[in-house]
Design a protein around this ligand. Structure first.
Ligand SMILES: [Zn+2]
Length: 401
């Protein structure tokens, strides 16, 4: 077997084989950590004022259209984004959400709370389940991923809506490439692109690339995921901006504030200490996380731990222990996923077994006792997504009044 050579950052725990691309400098520090340093040197008041000026021309003059689009989910940064867009910038957003079908009751609850608190109009995209399942079967087999339709749907539905409703401004939270690996500086004002979506969100595959003569997918299954043409985007002047370029982005602090102000619900998760991320999805932090670990040699807990090292809330040693502990936790609810998709549990195991473990050091990791209390740092759960026996997936959920 060919030996894979890589360098690990001296500050965080990412290595030079990070799938988003990462550079380690002469001092042994990675580009993600270097760009993170900007968070403490940038004049954020000045950046905020720039944002205020940037969005001004998009305010509807006659109140007959929305000022912008905000993509939302029942987890993550949606509350914080909306708080800034609606309460601080004074914009009237149209919310859009793509239904991934793996909803936890907590995710449905959070989305309902969000709608009630922020009092916004919302559009939900429910692609027919037959096509979604067909695509998942194809992408599981070909890309070893079942999240492709979710990633494709949530990144394209806002752009399609912008075209249909002629709303040129889309406002996202943080840019993943900037936050994790320092792909851009905060000062580059990076905006949404079709290229980034294809290369990173969609693993290099546009919807049309999934159509093959010997496969079962047809035009009718994939057209909903197609990005609008350049001509359409240009004629309306659609752009997508990231709040992370204008606000000092810190998910833990933001979530604590959102819990206090707007009753955001968090939950303990099996494979990470972060209690806020992905609490709306049964499988993201389970089977998807195991696949990520097998494909790339690290799982979501490494992303969370590196972020916390950079914010100086945990040490590198604590991070290592957290990663060792959580990355050997099993994936829950595999049977539930197979039942919904209509496949044998054995075929999932076959796919998992076919994935080589990229980083050989990952193989023999043993559980470590964690001495650090993450609750003290702020990763508390004020609710729970534990599934009751026999409970089915909520495919379409309206929420709670
Ligand atoms: Zn680093």
């Amino acid at each position: 077997m060919k030996k894979v050579s890589f360098k690990t950052c001296k500050r965080c725990l990412y290595d030079s084989n990070h799938p988003l691309g990462l550079i380690i400098d002469n001092e042994g520090i990675c580009s993600g950590c270097r760009i993170h340093e900007e968070k403490d040197s940038i004049d954020w008041d000045e950046r905020w004022n720039k944002l205020v000026e940037l969005v001004k021309p998009y305010k509807s003059k006659d109140s007959r259209n929305y000022d912008c689009i905000v993509p939302v989910t029942g987890a993550g940064d949606s509350f914080y984004i909306l708080h800034n867009v609606k309460n601080k910038l004074g914009l009237n957003p149209l919310l859009v959400t793509y239904n991934r079908y793996y909803n936890t009751p907590l995710g449905i609850h959070n989305l309902a709370t969000l709608r009630r608190n922020f009092n916004c109009d919302i559009l939900t995209m429910n692609v027919n389940p037959t096509s979604v399942k067909k695509i998942i079967k194809t992408t599981l087999r070909r890309l070893k991923s079942f999240q492709w339709p979710a990633l494709a749907g949530q990144s394209v539905f806002p752009v399609q809506t912008a075209v249909t409703h002629k709303i040129p401004l889309i406002i996202w939270g943080a840019h993943q490439g900037l936050e994790q690996v320092g792909m851009f500086s905060h000062l580059h004002d990076v905006e949404m692109t079709r290229r980034y979506r294809k290369d990173h969100d969609l693993m290099g595959y546009e919807p049309d690339d999934l159509l093959q003569v010997y496969d079962s997918l047809n035009e009718e299954d994939i057209w909903q995921y197609r990005y609008p043409s350049e001509a359409k985007i240009e004629s309306i002047g659609i752009r997508g901006i990231y709040l992370g370029n204008y606000i000092r982005w810190d998910p833990l602090m933001q979530h604590k504030e959102m819990i206090k102000k707007f009753d955001y619900k968090s939950s303990k998760l099996n494979r990470t200490f972060d209690t806020f991320d992905h609490v709306d999805d049964w499988f993201y932090m389970n089977m998807h996380d195991i696949i990520k670990q097998k494909k790339h040699g690290f799982s979501k807990v490494t992303d969370h731990a590196c972020r916390e090292i950079r914010h100086k809330r945990i040490s590198r040693e604590d991070a290592r222990n957290l990663i060792k502990y959580y990355s050997q936790m099993p994936s829950l609810y595999n049977q539930l996923f197979c039942d919904w998709l209509g496949i044998e549990n054995g075929s999932i195991n076959f796919i998992l077994d076919s994935l080589k473990i990229r980083n050989p050091n990952e193989k023999n990791k043993k559980s470590k006792i964690i001495t650090i209390d993450m609750k003290k740092i702020g990763f508390k759960a004020n609710s729970s997504i534990v599934r009751n026996i026999g409970e089915k997936l909520i495919n379409v959920g309206k929420g709670y009044p």
